[in-house]
Design a protein around this ligand. Structure first.
Ligand code: NAD
Length: 214
């Protein structure tokens, strides 16, 4: 299968989350318009995405919820799953560990790292903290391929370089420092301040220019 666009992957992840909820509520089949309604997008978009991953429901019953969850899993996950590390076990690092772990069987935070020796050996939501000097050995030993960066911005670049040399394939960068990394490493950067400033800008425009988004 061809590489799917980022936006499609984002929607597939949202579909799966919604489908898991449906299944837990005992719903076995779902129509594209129901899924679209829940996610505030168009049924055409849903049908296009689902067709793209090679699935078609039945006209009468809609999509089989369980089958779709499995199929989306084969697109997003790998059979054996991926091991993840969090680098920087401060406020954000700890919140991420508690939030993510246990939510996805194929994505597991297996280690955390910090330069503060006081944190070494501690457990957060079942995840052990290692000293930064153990980064390379633990990445190799635990077969870690994804890293979440929650260190101060001024050390982000240096840590990213070490991670890449150690064999990491994807980085989720939460620091405010944009990273310059080789193109074969997948990088996702998220900054809450940019998001809130976007909201501030748009709400200001809506107020001042007197137009509406709905
Ligand atoms: P924090 O000070 O609570 O935690 C930082 C942790 O990193 C500490 O435990 C510290 O010991 C550790 N650390 C420092 N240098 C290190 C190094 N070289 N290697 C490994 N660990 C090291 O800070 P926080 O509030 O958790 O924020 C962490 C990062 O996330 C900051 O860069 C902050 O700007 C950013 N942040 C981003 C968002 C977002 O939306 N993207 C939101 C909040 C914070």
């Amino acid at each position: 299968m061809k590489k799917l666009p980022d936006k499609t992957i984002e929607r597939l992840s949202m579909y799966r989350r919604n489908l898991i909820l449906c299944l837990s509520q005992g719903k076995k089949y779902i129509y594209s318009h129901e899924l679209a309604n829940d996610l505030h997008i168009t049924p055409v978009q849903v049908r296009r995405d689902i067709m793209l991953i090679g699935y078609s429901g039945t006209l009468r019953k809609g999509y089989d919820v369980e089958e779709m969850i499995k199929l989306i899993g084969t697109i997003i996950d790998t059979e054996q799953g991926k091991n993840v590390a969090v680098i920087g076990v401060g406020n954000l690092g700890r919140a991420i560990i508690s939030y993510i772990n246990g939510k996805r069987s194929k994505l597991k935070i297996v280690a955390a790292f910090d330069s503060d020796s006081e944190k070494s050996g501690k457990l957060y939501a079942g995840v052990r903290v290692f000293h930064l000097k153990e980064l390379e050995t633990q990445i190799l030993e635990k077969n870690i391929s994804i890293a979440i960066l929650t260190v101060p911005g001024d050390v982000a670049e240096e840590i990213a370089e070490r991670l890449i040399t150690a064999g990491i394939k994807g980085i989720l960068n939460y620091t405010p420092r944009p990273l310059n990394i080789p193109s074969h490493i997948y990088l996702e950067e998220y900054d809450m301040i940019t998001s809130i400033e976007k909201v501030a800008y748009h709400s200001k425009s809506a107020e001042e220019m007197n137009y509406s988004y709905r």
